[in-house]
Design a protein around this ligand. Structure first.
Ligand code: ATP
Ligand code: MG
Length: 352
């Protein structure tokens, strides 16, 4: 069986280090592993409009931001097809057919959608499009015949929903769709990185983010204002490491070599944590270390970004080419789906 990747992001803002840790970094590794036959990376503008219908300019502006983020982390358009969801109308048609295979009760149980409805304060005025976005996500995944979907942990319910749709479709209409599997980042703490406020997950819609495109100064300022342990007031106080966002970020981003580079007095993260727990280690010191660690990761990304920012027509060309390729592939799947559903009336003369 072919190994195919589909994943993507909503163009609701620039991408942040939560995306990077939970999904983007893994995509680049998978891309460069040469283990996959096809890779599709989608800028999910149609999905972003489901809860931003009144703000089309925001979505429009962020198409290019997300494309720049992709190219700057090392996604290579020669290996990965980068495209825009709404430019592939086959996805909308598939969504419409899949809607018949899902109940309202099933959608209402989706824990991620439930949490997002609360977070967006929709209460009883939930847009139908937003409520049904897991179905459109199933269309995105199956249209490209994706076998692997590398995403953050919040996407697990979407993948479950998609797998149910695939099973139901294939059982009613015959074996047509490929069953996808979720690929989660190994490091559990990276699967759902908290925001700098230490509360919810880092999310563009909440504004608790360190962006991949932030300047060195912005990253430093955000790290310095981060939440740590509220009971660690004096340097001599013993501190908590669990639930301390600075340490969560260090768990995700620090590497053994960072200690010899920036904090040679500690052997590794465990000895830093031990000192913090004992007391005598101040927040400023660990924050400065975190800022340096993040800078190691972000500086090369920023450099690549500057190149593409100075070559925006090239970025547009990459997107246009990607959209064409994606449309072709989704068209092939749609043809199979129509045939399986017996709505391919003019393919032969069997109606006569
Ligand atoms: P929005 O608030 O508009 O939904 P978002 O920040 O949640 O934006 P998405 O575009 O919905 O970002 O998600 C893109 C991908 O990044 C998904 O695979 C998602 O699981 C992953 N992701 C998002 N936030 C995090 C996070 N804080 N930690 C790890 N992965 C994340
Ligand atoms: Mg999201």
């Amino acid at each position: 069986m072919k190994k195919v990747i589909l994943t993507g992001d909503r163009p609701t803002g620039r991408l942040h280090i939560g995306h990077y840790a939970g999904s983007l970094k893994q995509r680049v590794t998978m891309q460069n592993s040469a283990e996959f036959d096809e890779i599709y990376i989608m800028i999910a503008d149609a999905q972003a409009l489901t809860d931003n219908a009144d703000n089309p300019q925001k979505i429009r502006d962020n198409i290019i931001n997300v494309a720049l983020d992709y190219l700057s982390i090392g996604l290579d358009p020669e290996k990965s097809t980068i495209f825009i969801q709404s430019m592939v109308p086959q996805l909308t048609e598939l969504t419409f057919y899949y809607m018949n295979l899902v109940t309202v009760a099933r959608l209402s149980r989706n824990p991620t959608v439930k949490a997002e409805i609360q977070q967006r304060k929709f209460e009883s005025s939930i847009p139908v499009g937003f409520f049904t976005y897991p179905i459109s996500q199933a269309a995105d995944i199956t249209a490209f015949g994706a076998s692997h979907v590398p995403v953050g942990e919040d996407q697990r319910p979407m993948l479950e929903q998609c797998r149910e749709i695939v099973a139901k479709f294939n059982s009613i209409y015959g074996d047509t769709l490929i069953m996808p599997q979720i690929v989660l980042e190994q490091n559990r703490k990276a699967q759902r990185l908290p925001g700098t406020d230490g509360k919810a997950k880092m999310s563009k819609s909440i504004g608790n983010c360190i962006y991949l495109s932030d300047t060195k100064e912005e990253v430093y300022r955000k790290v310095m204002s981060m939440y740590t342990d509220p009971d660690h007031i004096k340097i001599s106080d013993p501190g908590k490491v669990e639930g301390n966002t600075v340490f969560t970020y260090l768990d995700v981003f620090s590497k053994p070599e960072h200690f010899s580079m920036f904090l040679p007095e500690y052997d590794n993260l465990d000895s830093l944590k031990d000192h913090y727990r004992r007391g005598g280690l101040g927040d400023v010191k660990i924050k400065k270390f975190l800022a340096a660690v993040l800078e190691e990761e972000l500086a090369p990304i920023r450099r690549r970004r500057a190149y593409y920012e100075n070559n925006l027509p090239l970025v547009m060309e990459i997107l246009k080419t990607g959209c064409k390729k994606a449309e072709k592939k989704a068209g092939q799947t749609l043809e199979k789906v129509r045939k399986a559903m017996k709505i391919n009336y003019f393919d032969d003369n069997s109606l006569l």
